[in-house]
Design a protein around this ligand. Structure first.
Ligand code: HEC
Ligand code: HEC
Ligand code: HEC
Ligand code: HEC
Ligand code: HEC
Length: 472
């Protein structure tokens, strides 16, 4: 060829396999996108995996195709210039392009769209969800129990996806990571709590969309029913007046800012707390005996709603509380001797799988009565069966052996009886350097204990709250 003559780019486009591949990828992606986009818009937007397909994978292929086209043209041109390739014939290459595009269109219509359609359909099935959400079964199960789902259906995305494009993008990236972990079976068991892995979206963008920080909750009366581990499963009640208004004002009130430094990722051991009241007073409360150097190396976080309400949507109960609520709701009969104590021993023993628990729990219970109360085992087997089923239900709400989620895996920070909770700071061991102030652990700071484990507290009569009856 003569130098200076520029080979036509359209002709070059079809001369090199790289540019043809580019054309192929771009058209396939274009077709697939046209196919997936309407699905994404038609109310299926809450399936994150379709979103990943529509907005990340397909566009990535499209862009790759667009990049390959000029690369191929450039490669072909270089070969022509070096004399390694004949100058392409304009008419012939146009014909080739038309044939190629025609072929691609056919392939796309028949194969590409079918494949995409199948893929999307597959993502909508319970099977796919069962596999990918399988990992989230504990959270899904727990979510169904809390008011967030049971009364008002607050969706997962309300708390797990931040606002705007960046929240959306982060969620998609996390989705890809999750898809990868599930596919290659590399996810952690148990999966880390959101606080632990620092994936939590700030309170302002989540909780405070629906719950006003300013709302004064005043005080409220909490009644807790529990059963003793004696033969009669004696019922007692605890009545607390909880100073919710004061509690909220102290940590998330106007101007208040609290920062803290935890020593562990689950943030269960708190080594330093800083309080500012917004009116000029700032106090620092290092934990007793902590040294300044170690402290400087710790990460610091601002206190948010979820530092107390960490399990607002996924409460996994302690075994004792789970059995108490089973007894209270009638899922387990209270009339069988030592039901609370035996039930607790059985549900806290280790079972390798859900199936093993489903048969092992009722079997252990039946064996207990057969050995200790042979008469009851004979005459009241229906009650024992019901109790066994009730215990299995409780177990299945809280323990997921395949994911290594068991009693206490996810501690509840709202309280102090089952996990350190409030006492992470309110333990009497966090004081200012001059000891003039201590984060208080006075029993009446947060609640007045009007009755603790009483058989029939007089205060309930005064308040007109009906007393729970033991069903004997
Ligand atoms: C009301 C807000 C809220 C809603 C709704 C919600 N979550 Fe969560 N979720 C949280 C918070 C807060 C945490 C962090 C808990 C912690 O770190 O202790 C969390 C943690 C998680 C975790 C990490 C493991 C764990 O248990 O800590 C998974 C997985 C999860 N949520 C999945 C879901 C799924 C699936 C749904 C919907 C079925 C959902 N979430 C709905 C607030 C919410
Ligand atoms: C999309 C709205 C929405 C978001 C976001 C939301 N909530 Fe709620 N939440 C509700 C509604 C509605 C209820 C009332 C349920 C009922 O009582 O029927 C509720 C109830 C509650 C309760 C009282 C019931 C209980 O579980 O004891 C707490 C505590 C709570 N939310 C905390 C939180 C926290 C913490 C967050 C942020 C992680 C959050 N919520 C995010 C709507 C929301
Ligand atoms: C210092 C811990 C703490 C922080 C921080 C905190 N709360 Fe609470 N909150 C509590 C306690 C304790 C209760 C009473 C719960 C109980 O006794 O069942 C409560 C109760 C509630 C309730 C239930 C009220 C009802 O109707 O019974 C809601 C809703 C709530 N908090 C939302 C929030 C939101 C939103 C934030 C963040 C702006 C927040 N909380 C920050 C400790 C806290
Ligand atoms: C991260 C540390 C931390 C945690 C966890 C924590 N608090 Fe506090 N709390 C503080 C600090 C700091 C103050 C204010 C101390 C001061 O005035 O200098 C405070 C103050 C209070 C006050 C007000 C005391 C007064 O003198 O008026 C109450 C009530 C309270 N907290 C209840 C709770 C409850 C209930 C929980 C658990 C649900 C809890 N706190 C969890 C750090 C914490
Ligand atoms: C910093 C605040 C705070 C202090 C101090 C505090 N409590 Fe509590 N207490 C709570 C909260 C929050 C709950 C849980 C309420 C809930 O589960 O809704 C609770 C629950 C309880 C319960 C009910 C147990 C249960 O699991 O149902 C008892 C009993 C109790 N506290 C006794 C005490 C005693 C005794 C002290 C003094 C050593 C004390 N509390 C100090 C905040 C506090």
């Amino acid at each position: 060829m003569t130098t200076g003559e520029r080979p036509p780019w359209l002709a070059l486009l079809t001369s090199h396999w790289v540019s043809l591949l580019g054309v192929g990828l771009a058209t396939t992606a274009g077709f697939s996108w046209l196919f997936v986009l309407p699905m994404h818009l038609k109310g299926k937007a809450d399936n994150p995996y379709i979103g990943i397909l529509a907005f990340l994978i397909i566009p990535a292929i499209f862009i790759l195709g667009l990049i390959l086209m000029p690369v191929g043209v450039w490669l072909a041109r270089r070969q022509v210039v070096k004399g390694l390739r004949a100058m392409p014939n304009r008419r012939a290459s146009l014909g080739r392009l038309v044939t190629f595009l025609g072929l691609m269109t056919f392939v796309n219509l028949v194969i590409g769209s079918q494949a995409t359609y199948r893929a999307v359909q597959h993502m909508e099935t319970d099977q796919f969800c069962g596999q990918s959400c399988h990992v989230m079964k504990p959270e899904f199960t727990a979510w169904k129990q809390t008011p967030h789902a049971a009364h008002s259906h607050v969706e997962c995305v309300e708390c797990h996806i931040g606002p705007g494009a960046s929240g959306w993008f982060h969620a998609k990236l996390a989705g890809i990571q999750q898809l990868k972990d599930v596919t290659f079976d590399t996810y952690k068991r148990p999966i880390e709590s959101a606080i632990e892995s620092n994936r939590l979206v700030g309170s302002a963008e989540t909780c405070e969309k629906c719950h006003a920080r300013e709302r004064d909750l005043g005080s409220s009366v909490k009644v807790r029913t529990s059963y003793h581990d004696d033969e009669a499963n004696t019922l007692t009640e605890t009545v607390l007046t909880m100073r919710e208004g004061d509690i909220h004002r102290a940590h998330v009130g106007p101007g208040v800012r609290i920062r803290y430094a935890p020593a562990d990722p689950k943030r269960q051991t708190i080594q330093w707390v800083e309080y500012s009241d917004g009116k000029g007073r700032t106090s620092q409360y290092p934990a007793t005996g902590v040294d300044a150097k170690a402290l400087a190396a710790l990460p610091k976080f601002e206190m948010q709603c979820v530092d107390c309400h960490n399990r607002a949507a996924h409460t996994f109960q302690s075994a004792a509380k789970a059995i108490d609520s089973g007894l209270e709701l009638g899922e387990i009969p209270t009339s069988l001797p030592f039901m609370k104590k035996t039930g607790l021993e059985i549900v806290t023993s280790a079972f390798p799988t859900v199936e093993a628990a489903a048969t092992g729990i009722p079997a252990k219970l039946a064996a207990f009565y057969k050995e200790k109360y042979p008469d009851i085992a004979k005459t009241r087997s229906a009650e024992i069966d019901a109790a066994g089923k009730g215990l299995v239900k409780i177990y299945n709400r809280n323990v997921f052996p395949d994911l290594k989620v068991t009693w206490g895996t996810y501690p509840i920070n709202l309280g102090h009886t089952d996990a350190p909770g409030c006492f992470r700071c309110h333990d009497g061991g966090h004081s200012t350097a001059d000891n003039s102030r201590t984060i208080s652990n006075d029993c009446s700071l947060c609640h007045e204990a009007v009755a603790v484990d009483e058989a029939s507290p007089a205060v309930l009569k005064t308040l007109g709250i009906p007393e729970k009856k033991q069903t004997h």
